[in-house]
Write a protein that binds this ligand. Structure first.
Ligand code: ZN
Length: 362
């Protein structure tokens, strides 16, 4: 008898166990909802599960080598439909580029658009596809970031969930459960995904990308449980971005004109995605500063452990730091990056806001 082993994904022991059991007992529900933070492997496990379901091996599934497994890996299996949020008029070549990035690494899907949605046209396509017989025994439909479905799309999907076509399985993924219709939730088996342990991310970075041990450790901590984030930060510009984050935090003591020049220079150099990364680094910086500020912290609890001396100087430079306000401001400005806002202006406003958070020693 074939056994199922979904161990190509990182961590997620419990979701893997639940899915393996379902496969072994041949009791796979029509619809799953994979719920959990971004970047922890919901889509990666959805694909591994699909492989196991389609795999032709009589031994261990997924075997990764049979034609079905390989076709799922490259997202070219005719029985697999994979949807992700996109602009309304998605171009074929753009769709292909994103699918390609998923095939290369499901943890590192390209997200080239700022406000993508899943529209009714996608679900209409699904409906039509489901009327045609699948090539193999089963059909799998994966809808990533399902909370981005429009109201019309949600209602149309609900109809499919109410009368699921035979031998068709649906996996929705989301990090925002409350944005989905309760009627959709009640028709799915919900599997909850957690953050990935630092040690597991660290190990994978070393094994797969030959990252040196010290850097792997730092990246795994900075990633805060998201393997996707660790991969994003694997690029060469990482140290540079971290330096930009620190420079920005020092900028607010400078005069107004200097801050404007600085904001223009930085936003000219970095795109929105990079800006968001810089803001996450600022957030993590404040998180470390908060620990130091409270006192009694041990070095290994810090994320920026290699910058401990600078962190100390930062914390001691101020009379008070309003951390609550700091955290909410950083999150607020991070969200604004995606909006249609003049980026340099946004950064200047952020630097002004910092003045209200940090009170200098006199
Ligand atoms: Zn196989």
């Amino acid at each position: 008898m074939a056994t199922n082993k979904l161990d190509a994904v990182i961590g997620q022991q419990r979701p893997r166990y639940i899915l393996q059991r379902a496969l072994e007992n041949e009791r796979v529900p029509h619809a799953y909802l994979f719920y959990g933070p971004m970047g922890v492997g919901k889509e990666a496990l959805a694909l591994e599960f699909t492989k196991a379901l389609f795999c032709q091996s009589q031994e261990e599934r997924p075997c990764q080598t049979c034609s079905s497994c390989r076709q799922v890996s490259t997202l070219s299996n005719p029985d697999l439909i994979y949807f992700f949020p996109s602009p309304k008029d998605l171009k074929v070549e753009d769709e292909r580029a994103v699918l390609q990035s998923i095939a290369e690494n499901p943890y590192a899907r390209e997200k080239p658009w700022s406000n993508p949605t899943l529209g009714i046209d996608r679900i209409r396509y699904l409906r039509k596809a489901c009327t045609i017989k699948s090539v193999g025994k089963y059909r799998m439909i994966i809808i990533a970031e399902a909370e981005k479905m429009t109201a019309a799309a949600s209602n149309a999907l609900l109809k499919i969930l109410e009368e699921p076509p035979e031998n068709t399985f649906i996996i929705l993924t989301t990090d925002k459960l409350n944005m989905l219709l309760s009627t959709i939730l009640s028709r799915c088996q919900i599997i909850q995904f957690g953050l990935i342990a630092d040690a597991e991310i660290e190990k994978r970075l070393i094994e797969k990308y030959q990252v040196d041990a010290e850097r792997a450790r730092l990246l795994s901590r900075l990633s805060q449980g998201s393997y996707s984030r660790a991969l994003e930060w694997l690029d060469d510009e990482f140290e540079e971005k971290r330096q930009v984050a620190i420079t920005l935090l020092r900028a607010f003591v400078k005069d107004f004109q200097t801050r404007i020049d600085m904001a223009e220079e930085i936003t000219k150099k970095y795109d929105k995605k990079a800006m968001k990364e810089i803001f996450s680094l600022i957030l993590i910086w404040f998180r470390d500063a908060f620990l130091l500020y409270q006192g009694g912290v041990q070095s290994q609890q810090l994320i920026n452990v290699d910058r401990e001396d600078i962190l100390h100087r930062f914390v001691h430079a101020f009379e008070t730091i309003d951390f609550d306000r700091a955290f909410t401001s950083i999150e607020h400005y991070t969200q604004l990056i995606d909006r249609n806002v003049h980026q340099a202006l946004l950064l200047v406003c952020f630097l002004i806001r910092l003045e209200t958070v940090l009170e200098m020693k006199r």
